[in-house]
Structure formats: structure tokens, C-alpha cells
Design a protein around this ligand. Structure first.
Ligand SMILES: [Ca+2]
Ligand SMILES: [Ca+2]
Ligand SMILES: [Ca+2]
Length: 367
């Protein structure tokens, strides 16, 4: 190992005179590597929803346990940390569940409430969800937003109003929570500042339902009806430049449940074939994601992107001397040297691949 490293260090000296290589761009239209989570049901009323996960190797497993009708899974800060909602049959109530490396816990067991729509806060330590109870004063359910600590099971209420707040999701900095507020069955997209608890309307139009806000990569997405008259769903993106409709939306079928992967790519549910299927949009084209099991509808996707191992240019999921050798050969323009994952080689993250990255890679190996 030491001999190899000293050889590489001397080789760096030799290659330092090489000019900077611009990054190559991969012209592939395929989904990035990662873990995909979704639920599938024949119809919501049949209460037959199942929660599935496809790992980064492409293997699919159903998340099962002492519950039925599981849905709305959400990844925490690692792919084996998931929260979802399901019905606890013994208690006959909606509960928030935790899946942690294969172990399942009911976090709201026998609460006497309806617990729904869980989403992780960005730190992966707290869950925000919707909690409802039968309110005898108004003869209807009252729903509020709440925070849940999975370690202590402590619950902190965020709202206390007769209006229904639903589908909460946090911004990446954790400063604000976006949610849907319903009035006479029509949803508006709202934002609450976590410090002041002040709320503001992000999107509201009379007679047009808007729901399912998702905040990712510093952009907000949500689903809304096309218009007063056309109740097909479409996905909107909200940035500093205003509201933008996604180009894949249609007047004749539904596009909903945005699951953004980066600034342009996303997974979403689309009913172009009659029932909901999962689609991947690469910024230009949409393709149906193949090999998705489950009868009927596939909805509520979440995606945990595979994080490349720094320096792993041969993409064998570890950083080793073999990567240093490969990067060095590439820098020396040796014939037939192709980097499997050049992005992993850009350790300095300056979008250039040069001897400074090789030097940084060798430092990683020495560490
Ligand atoms: Ca409320
Ligand atoms: Ca490697
Ligand atoms: Ca670099």
C-alpha cells in the first residue's frame, strides 16, 4: 500500500504539468441510482394499499408489519430510515410508523387520534404530521399539524384551529413548514414561519383545489386542479420567478405527487394509462418507470439518491488504490482509460478533473 502511494505521489509530480481537463457530460436519459419508495392500491376505498421499496440494486421489497393500508412513505436522512402512515387494525386508527433498518415501530399507538401524512424534518430526527380528532362541538373532525420525536414519542402541536391543515413538509433549512389548508373541501398552499408562527398564503384560487406541497432543492412543488371546470391534477413548481406548470401536465389525465430528484428531474404519478403509474421526468422527456409491482395505482413516490463515495471513479462503491490508479491513467491520457464515475473523482467539487483531485484522492487513502 505504502509503495503504491509513493508511486502515485511521484506520478502526480509527473502529471502536474498537465492542463485542466473539462468535465465530460454523460448524455444518458436514465434515472439516477437510488432507493425508490411508493404505495400501490386498487382503490383508496378498498383499503388495500401496500408500501414498496426498491433499493439501489433494483431489488423490490414490501414493507409489512402489524398494520394495513400503508401509504405515504418518506425517507429520513438514510435510505433505511422511513416513516409512513397505516391503519393499526387492533386499535382501528391511523398511526404514524417508523421503519428503521428493518425494525418497525408504531409511534402513535393507541393515541385515540387519527395520525396521518408524516414527513421527516431535514435533520432526520423529528417527524411532522397531521393529527385529527372527532370534535363534538362542531360535529366533525378537527385536524391540526404536530411534531413528533421518534425517540421520546413526545408530540408538540403546531396549529390549533378548526380549519383542516394537512400534508405538511419542511423547507431544507427547517425554518418553515408548507402545508395544505382546506376550506369547504378546497385546499390552498400555505407556509408557516417556525419562529414567529406567522402564516402566509402561497397559492389559493377560489374553486380550484391545491394540495401535496413538497419542498426540495430550494424549490416548492404542489399539485392542483387545472381549473374550476377541469379537475384533472397538474404539478406546479414555485420558484423566485413565480409559478410554473410542469411541461408533462395534460388536460386529459392526472399528474400528481411530485417527487423531485434535483432542480429539473422528478418522479411523479400519472394516469395517462387509466390508472396511476410512476413516471420519471428528466427535464425534457417523461418515461414510465418499469417493473413496478402492485395492482392498480402507484402513488406517493419518494426517492433517496445514491451518494457517490468520494474518489470512487471505478464505481465499485469503495474508494481504494484502484481508483487512484484509474484516475492517474486517465489524467495521463493512457489509452482505453474510461472513468466509470468521473463525478466521484472531482473531490475538489470544482467541476474540473485534474491532478489536484488525484492528490486529494491519495490523501483520502492515506487517512
Ligand atoms: Ca386545524
Ligand atoms: Ca472504487
Ligand atoms: Ca476537481
Amino acid at each position: 500500500m505504502k509503495k503504491m502511494i509513493s508511486f502515485l505521489l511521484s506520478a502526480i509530480q509527473a502529471s502536474l504539468s498537465l492542463s485542466v481537463f473539462p468535465m465530460q457530460t454523460a448524455a444518458q436519459v436514465s434515472m439516477p441510482e437510488g432507493w425508490l419508495l411508493w404505495h400501490s392500491y386498487s382503490s383508496y376505498e378498498n383499503m388495500d394499499s401496500h408500501l414498496y421499496i426498491r433499493n439501489d440494486k433494483g431489488n423490490i421489497n414490501e414493507i409489512t408489519g402489524n398494520f394495513i393500508h400503508a401509504m405515504n412513505g418518506n425517507f429520513g436522512n438514510r435510505p433505511d430510515l422511513i416513516t409512513f402512515m397505516a391503519i393499526d387494525q387492533t386499535a382501528d386508527e391511523w398511526d404514524i410508523f417508523l421503519y428503521d433498518n428493518g425494525r418497525i415501530t408504531n409511534l402513535t399507538k393507541n393515541s385515540g387520534f387519527r395520525n396521518e401524512d408524516p414527513k421527516w424534518l431535514p435533520d432526520g430526527k423529528t417527524i411532522v404530521f397531521k393529527r385529527g380528532f372527532w370534535n363534538t362541538e362542531v360535529n366533525d373532525f378537527t385536524y391540526n399539524l404536530a411534531l413528533l420525536n421518534p425517540s421520546t414519542l413526545k408530540i408538540t402541536m403546531l396549529t390549533d384551529s378548526l380549519a383542516e391543515e394537512a400534508m405538511p413538509c419542511f423547507s431544507q433549512d427547517g425554518d418553515s413548514v408548507y402545508y395544505t389548508e382546506y376550506s369547504n373541501g378546497i385546499g390552498s398552499i400555505m407556509k408557516m414561519d417556525m419562529q414567529s408562527r406567522n402564516t402566509e398564503i402561497i397559492w389559493h384560487k377560489k374553486g380550484v383545489n391545491a394540495y401535496y406541497p413538497i419542498y426540495k432543492n430550494h424549490q416548492l412543488y404542489f399539485t392542483k386542479w387545472i381549473s374550476n371546470e377541469n379537475h384533472h391534477d397538474m404539478i406546479m413548481k414555485y420558484t423566485k420567478d413565480g409559478f410554473q406548470a410542469q411541461t408533462f401536465n395534460s388536460d386529459t389525465y392526472d399528474c400528481s405527487d411530485a417527487c423531485p430528484i434535483d432542480e429539473t428531474c422528478m418522479i411523479y404519478s400519472c394516469s395517462a394509462n387509466g390508472t396511476y403509474s410512476l413516471y420519471y421526468y428528466d427535464g425534457t422527456d417523461s418515461v414510465e418507470i418499469s417493473g413496478i409491482p402492485g395492482e392498480g395505482n402507484a402513488l406517493g413516490a419518494d426517492f433517496f439518491r445514491y451518494q457517490p463515495v468520494p474518489g470512487d471513479v471505478n464505481n465499485d462503491k469503495i474508494c481504494s488504490v484502484a481508483d487512484a490508479v484509474m484516475l492517474q491513467k486517465w489524467l495521463l491520457s493512457m489509452p482505453d482509460t474510461i472513468l466509470t464515475d468521473w463525478e466521484a473523482g472531482d473531490i475538489t467539487k470544482d467541476h474540473q478533473l485534474n491532478s489536484i483531485d488525484l492528490s486529494a484522492l491519495i490523501h483520502l487513502l492515506i487517512e
